[in-house]
Ligand binder design. Structure first.
Ligand SMILES: C[S@@+](CC[C@H](N)C(=O)[O-])C[C@H]1O[C@@H](n2cnc3c(N)ncnc32)[C@H](O)[C@@H]1O
Length: 356
């Protein structure tokens, strides 16, 4: 039996995809975004391309578990495994060489799900303000690195009152929508990726504007690599489908290091693959590297997070939960009459301010 749940209309009707308005607290769920399209009558399934808040039955979960057990049974040999970690940058560079900026679509949902990216507190540039970043402590090894001789800060974006960093920014599918939004404010955007080719594609884009944006090549797993801004200088860090590409044993270190760059009160925004997402179920035997971590045919990798893991990850980095959602949806191909279960994690974790 093909357990990959590509339901037909009749199968769907029998399975009765139960969709409920989950009574999540306001803290857990944003007001309108996730959850506006609810399937209450299974007969309506092909009326839209996507349905929100799809509840899984015990049988659905069991089937997904079995499929993962099955596709994890044969793992990539230990001899082969190392290259997917040590040569990760090479595989992503090849990816962008092949696809240029044509693979990922602009993340148009960004501001609905992450209104924290909107610089509400930032002022229009006509009333220019000079922002002094929080002083780095003297015990901080980065302290002084970004200071000019007269004590004035000398890093890109130093004048901004609101600073965003996108990690693993790829070819700019979030960078350009954000740039459009922060235009005319005294906000500044940083973007980094370890693929030189991806960064070059951003810099060559006609909408790239280095007066409000600075993109640079940076490997998040490289512990000694520095950033072009001081610790505790960022309001927002955005990670969209990037932590999943990193070896699971390195992810905690990456989040710990990044969190040091958030200001007190700054927020880490995260969206990525969730456990049992269709793309995890579709892996074939022999593509599994370790539990819930797989390599695709092109050498890039994907980890599938559970809600508990995400919570542990950010909590251990000293951040506090604002939101930690499993976004379970039904994606519909109306032409082919198939429906697919998607699971994404969407989380927000804040660096708390010390008590005054
Ligand atoms: C799935 S793509 C997502 C790109 C972009 N965030 C988006 O949403 O379109 C993952 C990106 O993470 C980058 N990446 C993976 N591991 C990285 C690392 N260790 N350091 C920096 N970038 C990394 C890849 O080069 C790739 O551009």
């Amino acid at each position: 039996m093909n357990k990959l749940r590509r339901f037909t209309v009749s199968k769907l009707a029998v399975t009765v995809i139960r969709v409920t308005l989950r009574s999540k607290s306001a803290a857990q769920r944003p007001s309108a975004p996730l959850g506006s399209r609810l399937l209450t009558d299974p007969d309506d399934v092909f009326k839209h391309n996507m349905w929100d808040h799809v509840q899984w039955t015990e049988e659905d979960k069991e089937n997904a578990k079995q499929m993962i057990e099955e596709n994890s049974r044969v793992q990539v040999s230990l001899k082969e495994q190392g290259k997917f970690d040590t040569e990760a940058c090479h595989y992503w560079d090849k990816f962008y060489e092949a696809h240029q900026d044509k693979f990922f679509k602009d993340r148009r949902w960004l501001f609905l799900e992450f209104p924290e990216l909107l610089p509400t507190g930032a002022v229009r540039q006509t009333t220019s303000t000079c922002y002094n970043p929080a002083p780095a402590s003297s015990s901080d090894p980065e302290a002084g690195r970004h200071q000019g001789q007269n004590g004035a800060a000398t890093f890109p974006g130093q004048q901004a009152s609101f600073r965003i960093l996108e990690v693993g920014c790829g070819v700019g599918n979030s960078v350009f929508p954000i740039l459009k939004n922060i235009k005319g404010t005294d906000s500044f955007l940083y973007g980094c990726d370890f693929s030189q080719r991806a960064i070059q594609l951003i810099m060559d884009h006609p909408d790239y504007d280095d007066s409000v944006c600075h993109v640079f090549v940076h490997d998040l797993c490289e512990e000694a690599a520095s950033f072009p801004f001081p610790p505790r200088s960022l309001d927002v860090i955005l990670a969209v489908f990037v932590l999943s590409s990193i070896h699971p044993e390195r992810i905690q270190g990456v989040v710990n290091r990044l969190s040091a760059y958030l200001k007190d009160g700054g927020v880490f925004l995260f969206r990525d693959y969730g456990r049992y997402d269709l793309s995890q179920l579709r892996f074939k035997k022999g593509q599994c590297l370790s539990e819930n971590f797989y390599t695709r045919g092109d050498g890039t990798c994907a980890y599938f997070f559970s809600k508990e893991e995400v919570h542990d990850l950010f909590s251990k980095a000293g951040l506090e939960e604002v939101q930690n959602l499993e976004d379970k949806r039904l994606q519909v191909n109306r032409r082919k009459k198939v429906v697919m279960r998607r699971v994404w994690m969407q989380s927000k974790y804040r660096k708390s301010s010390p008590p005054s």
